[in-house]
Design a protein around this ligand. Structure first.
Ligand code: ZN
Length: 356
């Protein structure tokens, strides 16, 4: 562990009660605010895992390195951790198996030999995940949009108006024609976040590999290498937002096929978690923050994996979960849907938290 860079405390320090460094405060957490302080074992394991990854990366072909990097980052693997208690957190069997195979960089079940564009298909699905001529890229974006709309609805509650796929012209921006046909993904108004500005979210799901299977933007050497191009594309698509930053918080929620999300998306999810958890009694906030972070990242990462599977499947499952009811506090804290699980206890079994 010492060779991995772990700063090991001495036996005497431990005997004197030395505790592991406190996690970042929730406002600064890298994505999933910790529900409680983590111990030395967590730090030691993290150092060993980071060292193992650093040793493995140079041994892999560049496309595999890129795919591995696209699976990292806050919440990217939460689809493997959440309980499938409702449709938002559930991957059907075939999409789940496809996601597992892609995560392990295994070949996919044998399918058609050629893409509709005429290209020969590779056994890993790289072409289908990046080919623009099949219409699947547009289709896969839908799952991500609906997930983000659901997060805004859940975090905002009835005080917030969340619109899915509104027209840009409906925002009453200067210079936008009444005949403009551009659609936005999600618009949320009424949040006391980001100075009360309207939040416009445009989601995009990117592959770190080209349709020919080569790395793009140096994605084998850089985490989230596709995100800068995603931001540029969206700024080009909606130039009207450039001088409306005082009225509109424009969030480009760029995610990679493996599950990695860009910093804007991470910041949005964290802001939604903190906002929703601030509405309950102080003693419940730390627990709710932790539960919400798992739920919200679970919804997002399940949507990303579902979207990827939709690209690879000839018969994708319809995604229509945006109108699900908002979960109640008991459901959020227990992580169990009461009608199918158990009722929340009247009195919490957890010790009271002093954290606000
Ligand atoms: Zn193609």
């Amino acid at each position: 562990m010492l060779t991995c860079g772990f700063e090991c405390p001495s036996w005497s320090d431990l005997a004197a009660g030395a505790t592991a460094p406190a996690p970042a405060p929730p406002e600064d957490a890298p994505g999933v605010p910790a529900g409680r302080a983590r111990g030395w074992q967590h730090l030691a394991a993290a150092a060993v895992e980071a060292e193992a990854l650093a040793r493995l990366q140079p041994l892999l072909p560049a496309p595999v390195q890129a795919r591995l990097r696209s699976q990292g980052g806050p919440g990217a693997g939460m689809w493997l951790n959440v309980f499938p208690v409702d449709e938002l957190l559930t991957l059907p069997p075939i999409p789940f198996l496809l996601a597992l195979r892609r995560r392990l960089c295994l070949e996919l079940p044998a399918g058609p030999a050629r893409c509709p564009c005429g290209a020969l298909l590779d056994p890993w699905g790289n072409h289908l995940l990046a080919c623009h001529s099949t219409g699947r890229l547009t289709r896969r974006g839908k799952a991500l949009e609906l997930a983000l709309a659901q997060l805004c609805r859940e975090a905002g509650g009835p005080a917030v108006q969340v619109a899915s796929r509104p027209r840009l012209r409906d925002l009453a921006l200067p210079g936008v024609s009444a005949h403009d046909l551009r659609e936005l993904d999600v618009v949320a108004r009424g949040f006391p976040l980001f100075g009360g500005r309207s939040i416009v979210v445009d989601a995009t799901l990117r592959s770190p590999l080209s349709s020919a299977g080569g790395v793009r933007y140096g994605s084998h050497q850089l985490d989230g290498a596709t995100f800068a191009a995603a931001r540029r594309d969206k700024e080009r698509k909606y130039p009207e937002f450039a001088d409306q930053a005082h009225r509109i918080k424009f969030v480009v929620a760029a995610c990679e096929i493996g599950g990695r999300c860009n910093q804007e998306c991470v910041d949005l999810v964290r802001a939604l978690v903190l906002h929703r958890s601030s509405s309950v009694a102080p003693a419940l906030r730390a627990s709710l923050r932790s539960s919400l972070a798992r739920r919200y990242w679970g919804i997002l990462s399940v949507a990303i994996q579902r979207a990827g599977a939709d690209c690879l499947s000839d018969d994708p499952a319809p995604v229509e979960f945006a109108s699900l009811p908002l979960p109640c506090l008991d459901t959020l804290l227990l992580g169990i849907d009461a009608p199918f699980g158990v009722d929340a206890p009247d009195v919490s079994r957890l010790p009271p938290s002093t954290e606000q």
